[in-house]
Design a protein around this ligand. Structure first.
Ligand SMILES: NC(=O)c1ccc[n+]([C@@H]2O[C@H](COP(=O)([O-])OP(=O)(O)OC[C@H]3O[C@@H](n4cnc5c(N)ncnc54)[C@H](O)[C@@H]3O)[C@@H](O)[C@H]2O)c1
Length: 325
């Protein structure tokens, strides 16, 4: 199948491109390199440096390459930034997606998979969180992703677009063997930050809140290996291509790990000292985010296979140690 991957030079997108190529698919990557890395894109993929908000260019590309499905990873990803600069998130996530979707409809591409997020739920009432849990995002990042989900739903009804919104919990890990890893700048994700402390690139990791109502008082998150995420996208593509129902699916493991557990696993896996210090709670951090995973298992036939915390940390460590400091 010929697949367009937007954001294919980014962390998750670059892993997706590798997986698609390994499974024999043709891949075109569109990325404006605003946060991605050209050298993360597999050599076998066609690469186009462009903004997905350029609908005219997207339409030309979809036609030129005979694209049969779009995987839309490109977007702005930082919760804290979205709070102080919401316009960038509405433009980068909603306006850009609208332009891309306009081209998708015009080129009659039948299937569209969107990178959504657990942030659409806001502060959950129940954990694990099922997909039919109320969606009440507490920041413009989550709000912008939920808005795109609503656009997709309406385009499904009006135009017959088949779509899946994959709500990732905490993407982590790496395909180090393929030379890939997590390379956000600035890095805001816990595991690469803790690994940087182990590597001596940072002095310490701050634990925001040690008095949350969780077993060890620190926040609990559901870490999902980036290669499991890539497999889930393949399952979603197959499902949509066969005419399966559109909708939103959580991608997680159904198990949570606390910040302290992550720090401890990093110490064990790396054999290095990691200085962790307590810091005040951050506003808007839910204490526990864990995915309900039954819908993805039942409808997509997908479950995480390589997402135990040790495997995630070991793979991320291999990749991180190779990156320039
Ligand atoms: N990393 C996570 O834990 C996580 C969790 C939930 C959801 N997501 C979503 O997954 C997607 C990928 O996340 P990531 O961690 O790989 O981020 P990333 O920043 O590494 O990748 C995003 C890529 O999109 C590109 N891009 C951004 N805006 C663009 C535009 N307008 N046109 C073309 N290219 C553009 C960037 O250059 C980058 O290569 C995002 O949509 C993000 O919101 C990520």
């Amino acid at each position: 199948m010929k697949v367009l991957v937007t954001g294919g030079a980014g962390y998750i997108g670059s892993h997706m491109v590798r997986t698609l190529i390994d499974r024999g698919h043709g891949v075109v990557v569109v990325d404006d390199l605003s946060s991605g890395h050209r050298d993360a894109v597999a050599a076998e993929a066609a690469f186009v440096e462009a903004d997905v908000a350029d609908g005219v260019r997207m339409l030309a590309l979809l036609r030129e390459h005979g694209v049969e499905a779009v995987l839309h990873f490109a977007g702005k990803i930082r919760v804290d930034e979205s709070v102080v600069d919401p316009a960038t998130y509405w433009r980068g996530n909603v306006t850009a997606s609208l332009a891309l979707l306009g081209a998708v409809l015009e080129a009659k591409v039948p299937s569209f998979v969107f990178s959504s997020t657990a942030a659409v739920y806001g502060d959950p009432e129940t954990v694990p969180i099922p997909e039919d849990h109320p969606t009440r995002p507490v920041n413009p990042y989550g709000d912008s992703k939920l808005t795109v989900e609503r656009i997709l739903s309406s385009y499904g009804v009006a135009h017959g677009l088949r779509w899946a919104a994959l709500r990732y919990f905490n993407a982590a890990g790496a395909n180090a063997g393929a030379g890939l890893g997590e390379r956000h700048d600035p890095e805001s994700h816990l595991i690469p930050i803790v690994l940087d402390v182990a590597l001596g690139r940072r002095e310490k990791v701050s634990i925001y809140g040690t008095d949350w109502p969780t077993p060890d008082g620190t926040c609990v998150r559901d870490y999902i290996h980036v290669c499991d995420l890539a497999d889930a996208h393949l399952a979603a593509l197959e499902h949509l291509t066969k005419g399966g129902e559109s909708g939103a699916f959580n991608l997680g493991t159904g198990r949570g790990a606390s910040v302290r557990e992550v720090v401890e696993v990093v110490r064990e896996v790396t054999g290095k000292a990691v200085l962790a210090v307590s810091a005040p709670r951050r506003a808007g951090d839910p204490p526990e985010l864990v995915a309900g995973v039954e819908r993805a298992a039942r409808i997509l036939g997908w479950r995480a296979k390589q997402s135990d915390l040790r495997t995630i940390v070991a793979d991320a460590w291999l990749a991180r140690a190779r990156l320039p400091g």
